[in-house]
Design a protein around this ligand. Structure first.
Ligand code: AMP
Ligand code: MN
Ligand code: MN
Ligand code: MN
Length: 281
């Protein structure tokens, strides 16, 4: 099954509208799709309606920013009720500090000679509640400071670099509970990205499971083939359902297009088999 259960629209830090993503997913052969904007459900109605109109099975989704062991970890929720009041309230609180953080990022960037970055980043923002590092990256590329967004992150936006501002997101327990209570399945997104020590990673998966988390992204646009094999082992060890998602953001920036991932390694339990009742046909 060509399931693609992780991507972003301009309601968070993608560049396309939810209906354009639905069309692109369908054209690329996706058979089950989820839009998973960061900390935001504002694109869900449009995504579900667009998927329905073109006969593309759909799961409501979200990607929640979490702080775990002083590191930002992303938890994807699949099959959630996108009208769930507690989930919506939790997400509103999670995205609440973004504007202040962005203003601070801009003043840090000004100290290294990059002026007007807040106003610049805002030009790329589709949702004023969701200004993110990605929007700063697009502005610094368009204004000629860097040649691509990866270079912006490497030079300015990651820990230890001049435009990085630490931020406290949701707790792991809250994010997993909001998702489960909204009828969905919580999934650890792109685990290879966090660079945890083996002990810290063990703690992440143990606590995630203890809070009711049930899945892990094994095949994602952020994993190499070797990392997919490694997290297939993790899925078996922790008895987690396996997910698959491109993490597509933009035709100009994303390495992997919607529907363009390899299949899940054999012998895993696909997360979508546990979500059949949550799929909108
Ligand atoms: P934020 O939620 O504002 O901290 O922004 C996080 C987003 O930045 C992620 O969801 C990615 O879309 C993007 N991102 C993070 N690291 C990188 C990187 N090294 N290169 C390109 N994009 C990145
Ligand atoms: Mn993103
Ligand atoms: Mn992520
Ligand atoms: Mn993502």
């Amino acid at each position: 099954m060509n399931a693609d259960l992780h991507c972003h629209s301009f309601v968070s830090d993608g560049t396309l509208a939810p209906d354009a993503l639905a069309a692109r997913a369908k054209a690329n052969g996706v058979e089950l799709w989820a839009l998973t904007d960061h900390d935001e459900l504002g694109g869900q109605d449009a995504a579900r309606a667009a998927a329905h109109a073109i006969g593309l099975p759909y799961l409501a989704g979200v990607e929640i920013s979490v702080t775990f062991a002083d590191t930002t970890v992303h938890i994807v929720g699949l099959g959630v009720d996108s009208d769930d009041a507690t989930l919506r309230k939790g997400l509103a609180a999670t995205r609440g500090g973004r504007e202040a953080r962005a203003r601070e990022m801009a003043s840090e960037l000004a100290k290294v000679g990059i002026n007007g970055a807040f106003e610049g980043a805002l030009q790329y923002v589709g949702n004023p509640d969701l200004i993110s590092r990605t929007h700063f990256a697009r502005h610094l590329v368009e204004s000629g400071v860097c040649s691509d967004t990866h270079e912006v992150f490497r030079r300015f936006l990651i820990e230890g670099k001049p435009g990085f501002v630490p931020h406290r997101w949701a707790t792991l327990k809250d994010a997993v509970s909001w998702i489960a209570d909204a009828g969905g399945i919580a999934v650890v997104a792109h685990p290879a990205r966090y660079k945890f020590s083996p002990n810290a990673e063990y703690a992440l998966f143990s606590e995630f499971k203890a809070h009711g988390g049930r899945g892990v992204e094994v095949v994602t646009g952020s994993h190499t083939a070797a990392e997919a094999v490694r997290y297939a082992v993790t899925a078996r060890e922790f008895d987690l359902l396996a997910s698959r998602g491109s993490d597509f953001h933009s035709p100009d920036e994303s390495r992997i297009d919607l529907g363009g991932l390899p299949p899940l390694p054999a012998g895993l339990k696909p997360v979508w088999e546990a979500l059949t009742e949550r799929i909108a046909a």
